[in-house]
Design a protein around this ligand. Structure first.
Ligand code: KIV
Ligand code: ZN
Length: 514
């Protein structure tokens, strides 16, 4: 039996979730990790949605070599044409089009009759097929559709050339029994089912996305659609790490080689995605939460010491979590640093390694011991965020703040060889410092999409990871700052985001002038 194919839609459905928008560089980084992890299909985005989405899909399509790259389209000519334009340079391109089949969606959203839906399905699948052989067709809201009608649409899509048929639980309404039965019914009733691959795409509104996805597999699906960390519309999609590890851990149910994915890349993928969206996993998140492999109670610890399998059904190493408790410090040399990174699954070289080592040394001056969590934060920071070369840098800052006076901040920034100082009042030290930065850098109007600080590791001297995301027009600009001082971290994050915003504005102005 061929492995179940894993379609990752972090960059499309995941990115649609509020607070999860990503810029081009972030998307490309995630695509590279997904490729390295050997997912089968990367759904890179919805190209017709905006020029930014188009550019991201096009860039990913050109860069990814070892996975299929899919672009999403509604069942409309312009969407399909645009999806093809964006994805056509991929090594293995796919167009994924969708049309709703439930009475509710047809009546209130599409204003289409059943016959209309069947006709449009035929026409649009044929249009996609005229561009590329690999065409996925999704019956949106399949789990609330009439099964007879669903079979009619699926039959039409297959006859028109679809190679993958997806039955999504768009609103997370289904139960595992229903999902399994839906898949097996449609597969049994539609002639030509054996010529295509069936797929499931489950949302998590009732917390059943993973269970429904796995049930779909038992019903005959050969493709699962999921996202890293379960990101996605509303309560999210089925989480890739949970679906994949369930199949790996239970070969007795899903078969010995159910997935071809390299599971040791899961922790890294999860951390990178959380770092990009400025969040941390819930402590008890299966597979990637900080408590996922910790045994607190005495009875459990005793059992695990006698034999790990008493309470551990999968190992942290299998998902790329190396639990060797090693700490590095001021006196650790480059060799120890590189070794540790390798053990943690990072293969950095050249400039990236150099930059991380410098940052590590700086950190050792501020923090007695540097743990794996600190290293991960440093790496996530320097691998995703590149500073603008032609940007402002923080020279120094001073804030004065009490709980009975207005905060004041003085900030000194360097730009090339010049220094600029500004003083500002504010509603607290961060507001004051950001206003002082604004006085110097004078960015165009923007709003704050996100400002968040996470403590990276336990302890009072923890590294604070500040994340700022600004919105100007339809574009987002991220900046991150890492420091044991959260005010400094926040200022660094803000300067970095404004540098990105200013570089973008400059590029746009240059294009307008030429
Ligand atoms: O949830 C859904 O139905 C979707 C489709 C576009 C596949 O995301
Ligand atoms: Zn979805």
């Amino acid at each position: 039996m061929k492995p179940i194919r894993v379609l990752d839609t972090t960059l499309r459905d995941g990115e649609q979730a509020p607070g999860c928008t990503m810029n081009l560089k972030e998307k490309l980084k995630i695509a590279q990790i997904l490729e390295h992890m050997r997912v089968d299909i990367i759904e890179a985005g919805f190209p017709v949605a905006s020029p930014g989405d188009f550019e991201a899909v096009e860039t990913i399509a050109r860069s990814v070599k070892d996975c299929t790259v899919a672009a999403l389209a509604r069942a409309r000519e312009k969407d399909i044409d645009t999806a093809w334009e964006a994805v056509k340079n991929a090594a293995d391109p796919r167009i994924h089009l969708f049309l709703a089949t439930s009475p509710l969606h047809m009546q209130y959203k599409l204003h289409m009759s059943e016959d209309d839906v069947v006709r449009v399905t035929a026409d649009m699948v044929k249009r996609a097929k005229s561009y590329v052989d690999n065409v996925e067709f999704s019956c949106e809201d399949a789990t609330r559709s009439d099964v007879d009608f669903l079979c009619r649409v699926v039959r039409t899509a297959i006859k028109s050339g679809a190679t993958v048929i997806n039955l999504p639980d768009t609103v997370g309404y289904s139960t595992p029994d229903e999902m399994r039965s839906l898949l097996s019914q449609v597969i049994a009733r539609v002639e030509g089912s054996d010529k295509v691959e069936f797929s499931v795409h489950c949302h998590n509104d009732l917390g059943m996305a993973v269970a429904n996805t796995l049930a779909g597999v038992l019903g005959g699906a050969r493709q699962v659609e999921c996202t890293i960390n379960g990101l996605g519309e509303r309560a999210g999609n089925a989480s890739l790490e949970e679906v994949v590890m369930a199949m790996r851990t239970r070969p007795d149910i899903y078969g010995p080689d159910a997935v071809r994915l390299d599971t040791t890349q899961i922790a890294r993928a999860s951390r990178t995605v959380y770092a990009i969206i400025g969040q941390l996993p819930p402590l008890n998140k299966p597979i990637v939460g900080r408590n996922a492999f910790l045994h607190e109670s005495g009875i459990h610890q005793h059992g695990v010491m006698a034999n790990k399998q008493t309470y551990e059904i999968l190992t942290p190493e299998a998902v790329g979590i190396n639990q060797k408790p090693l700490v590095l410090g001021k006196h650790s040399g480059r060799h120890a640093f590189e070794n540790r990174l390798e053990e943690m699954g990072y293969n950095l070289s050249g400039e990236e390694l150099e930059r991380c080592f410098e940052e590590f040394k700086d950190l050792c001056d501020k923090k007695k011991v540097v743990t794996d969590l600190d290293l991960e934060a440093l790496i996530a920071h320097s691998s995703v965020y590149e500073e603008e070369e032609d940007g402002y840098r923080l020279d120094w800052y001073a804030v004065h703040n009490t709980n009975f006076t207005t905060a004041t901040a003085t900030v000194c920034l360097k730009y090339k060889d010049e220094k600029f100082e500004a003083v500002s009042l504010g509603d607290g030290p961060i507001d004051a410092a950001f206003s002082a930065v604004d006085q110097i850098m004078k960015p165009v109007d923007h709003t704050f999409e996100l400002y968040r600080i996470n403590g990276v590791s336990p302890g009072m001297d923890t590294l604070g990871e500040a994340h700022v995301r600004l919105q100007a027009g339809s574009h987002s600009f991220s900046g991150r700052g890492l420091s044991t001082d959260i005010i400094e971290g926040s200022i660094l994050a803000y300067i970095s985001a404004v540098n990105h915003l200013k570089a973008f504005t400059r590029r746009q102005n240059m294009q307008a002038d030429s």
